[in-house]
Design a protein around this ligand. Sequence first.
Ligand SMILES: [Zn+2]
Length: 374
Amino acid sequence: MGLDLPQGGIYHISVLRRVFAFVFVLTLLFPATLRKVSLEAGPSYTRVIFTLSSRAKVRTGKIRYRDKVLLYIDFYGTFPGRIRSRYYYSSSPVKMIRISRKDRRRLRAVIYLSRLGKYRVFFLPSPPRWVVDIFPGQGELTLSRQLGLKIKKIVIDPGHGGKDSGCVNRELRLEEKYVVLDISLILKALLEADGYEVVLTREDDRFIPLSRRTAIANNSGADLFISIHVNWASNPSVRGIETFYLNLAADPEAERVAAKENEYSGKTLSQMKGLLKKIVMNEKIRESKLMARKVQISLVGNLRNYYPDVRDLGVRGAPFFVLMGAEMPSVLVEVSFLSNPQEAERLKDPLYRARVASGIYRGIEEFIKEVEGK
Ligand SMILES: [Zn+2]
């Protein structure tokens, strides 16, 4: 092509870092100026060109913001020249380019796209230019395409285990770890019968650290992660079903549930909030919220066929350690309260557990139907 394109075309950040580490030192000494921003429409891709006074170290990444895909490119040690802060384009996959100071060291260009498939970033000399080629995706109109989901493998995480019993109803001699394992095993059988591949984070009564549970999900390349728990409240009259997705807890009640389930993480809530703020952009929050809704509606609906008094406590976001860092849509279901005498009695009944499992199963099915656009 005559361009100094890296092998494979896609410019990988780690390669960038290694090759141009020394350039970074130079940019600190001799700051670059961003002189020009231009756009070229190609037949198969759109090219954005940033012309500079000298080569600057860059870092790029993707951000999903509501329904938009944002691509950013940070120029280190770079100052804005005579350029506008916003560039608008009407008949291009690139809708807008916004230039702003990220901090004292960085100038950030954000490219707003209607859709994004692959992209590549590379440098061209004389004049020094950073080039971003954007290849359109197949369109992001349907939810399934937007999410890029094809669900084959599901990880079910029975909460607690081993030395960690979870909550315990002493009168009924019922421990959360056994109840949730039983529900998980039934759910596994239901999903496997449908042709899904299912991985359990534990198949027996053993202790598994929370972080390893997420790692199991990530390492197995799972498409969905569902953690199953039984709830507990100091007030025995509290009852019902609630489903959580990972988020900063908005209300104290959600935080309370999260604190209970986080007990074995070895992290404080404030430590986790810090951690969460960093990763929240990368998490599949939107998808997880949708899955949480589907599971909640289906579970409550299914149980109400047999137990009309089942209380719907809704869907909420909370900072659950076990959901943190999961690379797939992930939810945590609190299937009933072991602290409520009636719900505890029900949890003891294998038929109730089977109905809980089938309610969750239908919720997962509903979610898959929606994201795969079936
Ligand atoms: Zn639990």
